[in-house]
Every structure is written in C-alpha cells, then in structure tokens.
Design a protein around this ligand. Sequence first.
Ligand code: SF4
Length: 269
Amino acid sequence: MLEALKLSELREELHVSYSQIRTYLMCPMKYYHQYVAGTEASHRPTALVFGSAIHHALAHYYRNLQVAGEKIQEGDLLEMYTDYLDEELDRPIPLLFDDPDDEGKLKDKGVALLQMFHEKADCPTVLAVEQPFAIELVDPTTCEVMEPKLVGAIDLIIEGSKRPEIVEHKTTSKRYSRWQLDLEMQPSVYKLAAQELGLGETDVRYQLLVKTKSPSLQQCSIKRSSQQIQEMTETFCQVLSAIEAGHFYRNRSWACQDCPFRHACDGCS
Ligand code: SF4
C-alpha cells in the first residue's frame, strides 16, 4: 500500500525538482531568471504546454482504469486534453507560434496522438497515478545531506510481471535511441524514489507518444546500475552547491532561440 503523500505539502518544505535541476544543467542563467529572480517570461514554450495537456489526459485515463477497471471512452479522453489546452491558451502569457494556424495544428496533433494511444494502450493493474515522492539527497563524495529534498511525482506505477513497474509518459518528435535513454537521469531518480516509497526493486519504462506524421507508441524498458544512480546523486548535489554559491552563468546554445528569458539575458551584462 503506497503512502498517501500530497505533493502540495511536500512542496511546502525547502525542495528542488528534477526539472529545476535540468534547467540549471541546461543554462544556469535560465534557472536564475525562472527560479531566483522571478523574471517575467516573454512566452511559454509550446512543447511544455502540449506535454502537460497530454499528461493531464493520460493521468485521467489511468485513474479511470484504477477505479473502474476499464478504458475510458475515447471522446472523454480527448475532451480532457482539449479542455486543458483551451485553458492554457487563455492564460495571459502567450504561447509562441510561428504561424496563427499553428494553434489549431497543435490541437489536432494532440488529438491524433491520443486516438492512437487509446487504440494501442493496454489495461494494466494500476497501483498509483502521479505518486508524489520526496528524496533526501546525500552527496556520495562528502556524505553531506543536502538541505532541499528532491520532490516530484511519478506518472504511473503498475503491477508488472515480476515487480512493480514505474512508467514515465513523454511526448517526443522522434523515437528515442538507446544511447539517449542511457543518458537520461530521471530513471535513476525514480529508482531512488521507489526505495523511499517502500516499493523495493522496480522496473522502469518510458512510454513515448511519438508526434510523427503517423503517431506511434514507443515502449522503452530502462535499467539503472547503482553506479548510474550514484552519478545522478553526485551531479544533483553539485548543482545544489553551485546554486547555493550563486553560480549563475549563461550557457549559450540552440536553446537560446526559444528561451522565454532572452529579453532579460541579452539586455544585461
Ligand atoms: S537566452 Fe540562452 S543564455 Fe540566456 S538565459 Fe536563455 S538559454 Fe540561457
């Protein structure tokens, strides 16, 4: 039986999230604008909002499966997605579209993805949907316990053939390669979170909704060694130390093109 943790309560304590660490690793200055200075964003990244809308619909699919033991109707699944997206489109900070038609195309793309998902998805025994967790990070080199806890939520936990299985949903424009999966740090986070939640040994799988012209579902089993978990912990602790020390520098890359803080970043020395 999983502990009934509330994400909002875990977030009341000093904490850091996986996406905050990822933001720092991508560009420390972006982290600074987003999480330290509270700089107003010029826009919201379209891919992020799209991914959230798909996640919202999938959470609804699996919650319904957990409670009713059967697939939700396709129309209800699509409604969860379109309602969420409409609300997001109404918010004051705009999404960035190159072309006014792109708004409709975005909606259509999500509908096609979810229709494909509804047709292909199986009906596992659901143990938890969006299960919150909090992990104490201990620096493996110094044994220092980091003050902020790593807080987040696991998309889905199901009963696997041998042990519980953690499933992460992602939307992507192309299929993941094996080397790309090997570099992902999120599965290591989930392995630690599973231990913290008392799940013991777990399997981890990415369920990828691929946004190609003909949408597809890619299922990727992911293994993690204790060395990879230790490397993730070490990296996260080093990021936390760098944040604590105020190291916020620009890391110019392809990501600057779509950065919501570019106006502030380019304007200050
Ligand atoms: S514009 Fe580039 S360097 Fe500046 S904050 Fe954004 S990602 Fe970082």
